[in-house]
Write a protein that binds this ligand. Structure first.
Ligand code: SDX
Length: 429
């Protein structure tokens, strides 16, 4: 029972609506407005800027302080001391695994990495120049057609197996989409490589010679996945939850999340950052792009800057920037011209009153694209990498909702269309 209440009085009405105020373990209190409808009102919050859509125990973000916790653990500590597989376990099960649990989980994930051979035939139905996000969206949804044995969402074991299958197969399908686009043969996953190394091997190995995965690059790939693993109720995760609330199977819910992630305002930003940096082309052009970003008449936005929640800095961007320096110096690209433009652009933007006043700081996508480019990942694959990293977060939120009590998501609206009017039957000739 709530101890605190918000009281709502509305002009012209003598009714005071008493709304419970609920507190979580961290972050803002919420005003429970569920009873408003029975009083004849809806709330209005386009873009859900002030709306908590659910209760969750998975991830907490404090946008003012630049805090990101996964099951209470700060992202900076996880990035330094943990790895992607361990964070996947943490997101799914709520606690860090002990060494035996981690080893067993790792073996399970590695042993689910192959996909049905029939999927190779499905892939061949796409154009060679299809965007890999279009392919992944299709293939992830199509996974539902292969696993009828585990689609009962009320069955805990089915939910767990599905989580393993999605986390394991996303890198395989992503690498297949890439190989298909360049006309090279698919490379099967290997059970002797780590998650990040296995992905790089599937992406860049060929049947013609051994491909050695650099441990530094495998670690960088793993950290990029880790930094994208979850981010509370962002657009794609909210899409997964809404699709899941109808009882749809998890493969289609994750495919819906992939679709939402593709947008340049969300996960598509990393691809858009690289295209923007390429368009800037030289440090001497930066000022004109800053001016475009500030011009209200110009739809151009500085990609990789700004965030709905972070209003000081994105803690992931800080870690990503460190990784960027490590990877580029490891590859002898410390003087990469694109990186120099990015660092100069960041410096100028952070000193500009427009960006300071609107609290626009580099987000996770600003530096990730530069690392991915250095790793040899083509720009069109950047958002696919984001999708691989975010899959455990999507699955954890889907599982949290389905294993608890939930209702089908069905928002209302402020209707401003025509009032009721009759069909002009007398005009019928
Ligand atoms: C991700 O939600 C998540 O958690 C997402 C994510 C995750 O991990 O899931 O963190 C991943 O999506 C990161 C964001 C990647 N997107 C981009 O980098 C695209 C560029 N950024 C913008 O599109 C924008 O900043 C958003 C979409 C990120 C946030 O948009 P909001 O919260 O709706 O803010 P807004 O668009 O209302 O902007 C507020 C003001 C506006 O000016 P005014 O109307 O107040 O005058 O800031 C301006 C905007 O014009 N603004 C920018 C800008 N971002 C906002 N101006 C120039 N360049 C920008 N990048």
């Amino acid at each position: 029972m709530s101890e605190k209440f918000a009281r709502l009085t509305i002009d012209g009405s003598d009714v005071t609506i008493e709304l419970p105020v609920l507190s979580g373990t961290l972050g803002a209190d919420v005003i429970d407005i569920q009873q408003l409808t029975s009083n004849g009102y809806f709330t209005y919050d386009p873009g859900f800027v002030s709306t908590a859509s659910c209760e969750s125990k998975i991830t907490f973000i404090d946008g003012e302080k630049g805090i990101l916790l996964h099951r209470g653990y700060p992202i900076e500590q996880l990035a330094e001391h943990s790895d992607f597989l361990e964070v996947i376990y943490l997101l799914l099960y709520g606690e860090l695994p002990d060494p035996q649990q981690k080893a067993s989980f790792g073996t399970t994930i590695l042993r689910h990495t192959m996909v049905h051979e029939q999927m190779l035939e499905m892939l061949k139905g796409f154009r060679r120049d299809a965007h890999p996000m279009a392919i992944i969206c299709g293939l992830i949804g199509a996974l539902a057609s292969f696993y009828h044995d585990a689609l009962d969402i009320t069955n805990e074991h089915h939910r767990e197996v599905t989580a393993y299958r999605l986390v394991s197969k996303m890198p395989t399908l992503a690498a297949m989409a890439y190989k298909f686009s360049i006309g090279q043969p698919f490379i099967y996953p290997r059970n002797d490589l780590c998650y990040g190394g296995n992905f790089l091997h599937m992406m860049f190995a060929t049947p013609c010679e051994d491909y050695h995965v650099s441990p530094v690059l495998a670690r960088a790939m793993d950290r990029i996945f880790l930094l994208h693993a979850d981010h509370e109720q962002n657009a794609s995760t909210s899409t997964v939850r809404l699709a899941g609330s109808s009882g749809a199977n998890p493969f289609t819910c994750i495919a819906a999340g992939v679709a939402a992630l593709w947008g340049p305002a969300h996960g598509g930003a990393n691809e858009a950052v690289l295209k923007m940096l390429d368009e800037i082309g030289d440090e001497k052009h930066i000022d004109q792009f800053i001016a475009k970003a500030k011009d209200k008449e110009d739809p151009f936005r500085l990609m990789g800057f700004g965030h709905r929640v972070y209003k000081n800095f994105d803690p992931r961007a800080k870690v990503m920037k460190e990784s960027c320096d490590e990877v580029l110096s490891e590859l002898g690209l410390a003087d990469d011209p694109i990186l120099k433009i990015a660092k100069r652009l960041e410096k100028i933007a952070l000193e500009d009153d427009y960006f300071i006043s609107k609290k626009l700081y580099p987000n996770v996508d600003f530096y990730s694209g530069i690392i991915l480019k250095a790793l040899g990942i083509p720009t069109e694959m950047f958002t696919v990498i984001f999708a691989i990293g975010r899959t455990p977060g999507w699955i954890a939120h889907w599982h949290e909702m389905i294993s608890g009590s939930y209702r089908i998501g069905r928002p209302r609206q402020l209707y401003t269309g025509p009032k009721s009017r009759d069909y002009p039957i007398d005009n019928k000739s």
